[in-house]
Design a binder for this molecule. Structure first.
Ligand code: CMP
Length: 137
């Protein structure tokens, strides 16, 4: 079993898509090990996305991620990191496959509805950024 970290981003929460996305999580067979509604500060978002600090979209991305409530998730399954990224689809919703979460719920490369860790080391950092070990089922 593997764990990954996911976010239902502020655009999707604001649009009322939280329930539909959680249903897709369940239907895909992930076990929910942690879940919380959070409101990131700009500083929280900057720390989370620190690897992107030099990117031109960093300020816009972290402003967006701190613009409203988001739902943070710890998901578990076999091969969870890859399976969650497949379910999300490409970063840019316009390039994401039909049937993926970003294609269905995202509206731009920034407002792309969901986030998922891209590697085991990233998942460990990101899970630890939002959950204390004792909170995870
Ligand atoms: P995410 O998977 O959360 O990881 C980093 C985020 O940066 C990404 O989703 C997008 O929301 C955002 N992002 C990536 N590339 C761009 C870009 N070219 N312009 C704006 N935002 C981007």
């Amino acid at each position: 079993m593997e764990r990954t970290f996911a976010i239902i981003k502020p655009d999707a929460v604001l649009a009322g898509h939280t329930g539909a996305i959680l249903q897709r999580v369940n239907e895909a067979g992930f076990s929910l090990r942690g879940m919380r509604l959070v409101r990131l500060t700009k500083t929280d978002a900057e720390g989370f996305y620190a690897v992107h600090r030099e990117r031109p979209f960093f300020d816009s991305l972290t402003t967006f991620m701190s613009s409203g409530p988001a739902v943070v998730l710890a998901l578990e399954s076999l091969d969870a990191i890859t399976r969650w990224r497949t379910l999300m689809g490409a970063t840019d919703p316009a390039k994401a496959d039909e049937g993926t979460l970003r294609r269905q719920f995202g509206s731009s490369i920034e407002h792309n509805a969901t986030h998922g860790s891209d590697a085991p080391e990233t998942a460990a950092f990101e899970l630890g950024y939002f959950f204390r070990g004792v909170e995870l089922g």
